[in-house]
Design a binder for this molecule. Structure first.
Ligand SMILES: Nc1ncnc2c1ncn2[C@@H]1O[C@H](COP(=O)(O)OP(=O)(O)OP(=O)(O)O)[C@@H](O)[C@H]1O
Length: 265
């Protein structure tokens, strides 16, 4: 099977500090991965490495067959859709939602040409698919946080990426908006032409059944990785968080319960 991502013994050392340490990670085509870790565990750094914004100090990185150091990273990035809070910050609020989606094509192919009718048709279709076509003609700033995230995912899909990276896409969403967004991601993953999805989260219950695999990151190291149900056990998560954790599975999703009281510091 083709490898979409392969990190071999990767460390990233920055200003004398080891931020990522000895990471081995393989993502095969057809898999969807969740990446979970506490604040500061290195998730964003790992994503920045996959996107070629930083390079390993030690080890090798290969993304969609491109070995870093022997490839044109800008070319490679055209095949990656990326949704993160830093992208949110760069969007101009007055723009129409559909124009933001269309701009995904130009961000990914780097051309300064005008979008054509076909681009708009595709943007509307993606918005329909994600469940946000109702706000296609609204300004981005008038959209709710949930609608904005769907718009940005549609934008990320505009360039037909092979890899779609969703970095904490449910941040700031209320319970129902979050569930709706998760439903959209699930529908997307179930399509035959779906890109490989890498989904970064702090919350176990967001790891939907479509995420066949999970990587737990702790202090810049891989704590556990593999098939989701064997990674997200009560025992592993208790060790992971140094707390007594119980995992309950409901509708194929893991819900974490803290069995002990937290001591106030
Ligand atoms: N360019 C940098 N210079 C110095 N330290 C950095 C740099 N990038 C990341 N770090 C440090 O590396 C660690 C991992 O950061 P990172 O942002 O990858 O964590 P994260 O898991 O994404 O956290 P969060 O869940 O809070 O977003 C942190 O301690 C951070 O301060």
């Amino acid at each position: 099977m083709a490898l979409e991502i392969e990190l071999k013994n990767v460390s990233w050392i920055w200003q004398g500090q080891t931020i990522l340490s000895e990471i081995d990670w393989k993502v095969q085509k057809g898999e969807h991965w969740a990446v979970m870790g506490l604040n500061g565990s290195g998730k964003t750094t790992l994503l920045n490495m996959i996107n070629g914004y930083i390079w390993p100090s030690i080890g090798t990185v290969q993304v969609m067959g491109n070995l870093f150091g022997k490839t044109d990273i800008r070319e490679m990035r055209k095949s990656i859709g990326w949704v993160s809070s830093s992208l949110q910050e760069r969007i101009r609020g007055v723009e129409q939602a559909v124009d933001i989606v269309v701009s995904g094509k130009f961000a990914s192919i780097g051309l300064y040409e005008r979008p054509n009718e076909h681009d708009y048709q595709k943007a509307y279709q993606l918005m329909e698919q994600l469940g946000c076509s109702g706000v296609a003609d609204s300004s981005y700033q008038s959209c709710s946080q949930g609608e904005r995230q769907k718009i940005l995912i549609a934008r990320g899909l505009m360039g037909n990426p092979r890899l779609l990276i969703l970095d904490e896409p449910t941040n700031g969403l209320d319970f129902l908006a979050r569930e709706e967004l998760l439903e959209s991601v699930s529908r997307l993953a179930e399509q035959e032409a779906s890109p490989t999805i890498i989904y970064v989260t702090h919350h176990a219950e967001e790891i939907l059944p479509i995420f066949s695999h999970t990587l737990l990151l702790k202090d810049g190291k891989v704590f556990e990785e593999g098939q989701t149900e064997s990674v997200l056990t009560s025992q592993n998560l208790s060790r992971f968080l140094n707390k007594d954790i119980k995992v309950e599975w409901y509708q194929g999703r893991p819900w974490m319960l803290l069995k002990e009281k937290l001591k106030r510091s």
